[in-house]
Ligand binder design. Structure first.
Ligand code: PLP
Length: 223
């Protein structure tokens, strides 16, 4: 547990002031999260609905829970009461579902639109053009219980830094197209969530202002 505190301090010391650290705590026990909390960490990322819900009731109320994994529509109801930000809106159907659930319980929830740029078939998300098209056709302004505050994306899983940098540029450029276009009148549209343990410094150099770091804080997890 001392390692966790040390890791958080070490990472924090490298982050520019405008970059938010999301401590990705999926698959780690509440004791590990409590150690991070005691080190001052208040934003945690989880990728499974039931796990997020269970941890949210077990840990202090001032934690801001981020849902970062692929969200199945039948799990939305479990996540919406607890999450302060959902990173992974990857379809119009999911967006509508989150909006409907949030309306039902009388809250407004912040979300990011997931951009798919990586060279992998299995990753979720909108292509940049799909995302811009969706934003331009006015759907986002129909969402009365959802605030779209930015974009999220992942780089290709490779050692090729040029490829990774190009992916981050593509995510940032998608943010810029929305920011200067369909979202221009939305001052809350500010977040670029990209970068994980191995690539967060490169992500920040390419425009990230929210990094999602698991292994470098909590160590390796067992799936
Ligand atoms: C697990 C996960 C992370 C954290 O990855 P690490 O390499 O452990 O830092 C970040 N983002 C998403 C979407 C994840 O699923």
């Amino acid at each position: 547990m001392e390692d966790i505190k040390r890791n958080i301090a070490a990472i924090r010391s490298t982050l520019p002031a405008n970059v938010e650290l999301v401590a990705v705590s999926k698959f780690h026990p509440v004791e590990a999260l409590q150690a991070a909390y005691d080190a001052g960490q208040r934003v945690f990322g989880e990728s499974r609905a039931a796990e997020l819900a269970a941890k949210a009731v077990a840990l202090p109320d001032d934690i801001r829970w981020h849902f970062i994994g692929h969200l199945q529509t039948n799990k939305v109801r479990q996540v919406v009461p607890h999450a302060s930000l959902i990173h992974s809106i990857d379809s119009e159907r999911l967006l509508r579902m989150v909006n409907a659930e949030a309306a039902k319980i009388g809250r407004t929830i912040d979300v990011l639109l997931q951009v798919h740029v990586a060279q992998e078939e299995t990753k979720y998300g909108f292509s940049p053009d799909e995302l811009v098209a969706m934003a331009e056709n006015g759907i986002l302004s129909e969402m009365t219980s959802v605030r779209v505050v930015g974009v999220m994306g992942m780089a290709t899983n490779t050692d090729d830094e040029t490829r990774i940098a190009a992916d981050f540029d593509a995510i940032r450029d998608t943010f810029a197209r929305l920011h200067d276009g369909a979202m221009a009148k939305h001052p809350e549209f500010t977040v670029i969530s990209m970068g994980m343990s191995d690539d967060h410094q490169l992500a920040i150099a390419h425009g990230s202002n929210m990094v999602r770091i698991g292994t470098a804080i909590f160590g390796y997890r067992e799936y």
